[in-house]
Design a protein around this ligand. Structure first.
Ligand code: F6P
Length: 341
């Protein structure tokens, strides 16, 4: 048997750990051949491959990014995209695919399965916003990086008696903001799920200054002020219809400075959150996902995604996993509000 593996969407730490696990178990346990498709769905559309033998996956467990490359290519937006994938898989003798990705990549995996191509999904995203799994790998690393940044920003904020606004990733889900904000002891956490009042933020900031502390405000890139809209970096949309967000942190820091008369600075963590080595937790989760994805292929169980439930890896239908985004429940956000101000 010959299987293909690909990584799509925004990269995240742990992708290489999945690839390694798929290759090791696929070859050593099942005696399969594994073909690596480059750059997400662009690979199977255009026949772009790279070898992923045992030697190719040595030393990649701890490496960030993906040795396969990634892209946000959508086969359903490419003319004849699905037929091209079918032809490439037939030409290369590939019987099944393991697709490692988030909502967009796995949404395509679901449609391809409906169109008769055997795909097993593996959930990745630093945003942790995929439904049907307790956690995605990459999230723990992103939270770790953001928390370390908050710890560092706190000492310089205290020295200069400034408000520090830390903008983290999260278009529609505020998981990174919530977890890093809680772990870093932020004074305000703002998430896309709950519109915020700038007046209230200013009140919390003032109260923090009155207690002789420098306020730290963690804001998700997709957070929205009451009466306003998302702050866009550009109006351009990708192949899955997403606009590029960015700028809420800078905007909020200026509002705070104007309304409090205190110095404010904004730090945008951006892609730093997606780069570098995965945490031990993400390495283990990614490895287990890879091993279980191979089991699903071996059993011919396509149209499923491997998922974490508690401490177990289970299989869920791709349709269930991609039905809706897993956003922060308002009661979870309310837990953090105790620490605001
Ligand atoms: O999908 C993960 C993510 O990191 C989002 O949090 C963020 O909005 C987006 O990707 C950024 O995408 P790009 O790599 O296109 O800048």
């Amino acid at each position: 048997m010959r299987i293909g593996v690909l990584t799509g969407g925004g990269d995240c730490p742990g992708l290489n750990a999945v690839i390694r696990a798929v290759v090791r178990k696929g070859i050593e346990v099942h005696g399969w051949e594994v073909v690596g498709f480059r750059n997400g769905w662009q690979g199977p559309i255009e026949g772009l491959t790279r070898p992923v033998g045992l030697g190719d996956v040595e030393d990649i467990l701890t490496r960030g990014g993906t040795i396969l490359g990634s892209s946000r290519t959508n086969p359903y937006k490419v003319e004849g995209g699905v037929d091209k994938i079918r032809a490439v898989l037939a030409d290369k003798g590939v019987d099944a695919l393991i697709a490692i990705g988030g909502e967009d990549t796995l949404g395509v995996a679901k449609r391809l399965t409906d169109d008769g191509i055997g795909v097993v999904g593996v959930p990745k995203t630093i945003d942790n916003d995929l439904g049907a799994t307790d956690y995605t790998f990459g999230f723990d690393t992103a939270v770790h990086i953001a928390t370390e940044a908050i710890d560092r920003l706190r000492t310089t904020a205290e020295s200069h008696h400034r408000a520090l606004v830390v903008e983290v990733m999260g278009r529609h889900a505020g998981w990174i903001a919530l977890h890093s904000g809680l772990a870093g002891g932020a004074n305000v956490i703002l998430v896309p799920e709950r519109k915020f009042s700038v007046d209230k933020v200013v009140e919390w900031v003032k109260s923090r200054f009155e207690k002789q502390y420098a306020p730290i405000i963690v804001v998700a890139e997709g957070a929205i002020p009451e009466g306003g809209g998302e702050v866009l970096h550009s109006g351009e949309k990708d192949a899955f219809g997403h606009v590029r967000l960015g700028g809420i942190g800078t905007w909020l820091a200026e509002e705070i400075a104007q309304r409090t008369g205190k110095e404010s600075r904004a730090v945008v963590l951006g892609h730093v959150q997606r780069g570098g080595i995965p945490t031990a937790y993400d390495r283990v989760l990614a490895t287990r996902f890879g091993l279980h994805a191979v089991d699903a292929v071996a059993e011919g169980d396509f149209g499923v995604m491997v998922a974490l439930r508690g401490t177990d890896i289970v299989r869920v239908k791709l349709s269930e996993a991609t039905a809706e985004l897993k956003t922060v429940p308002l009661e979870r956000y309310a837990e953090a509000e105790v620490f605001f101000g």
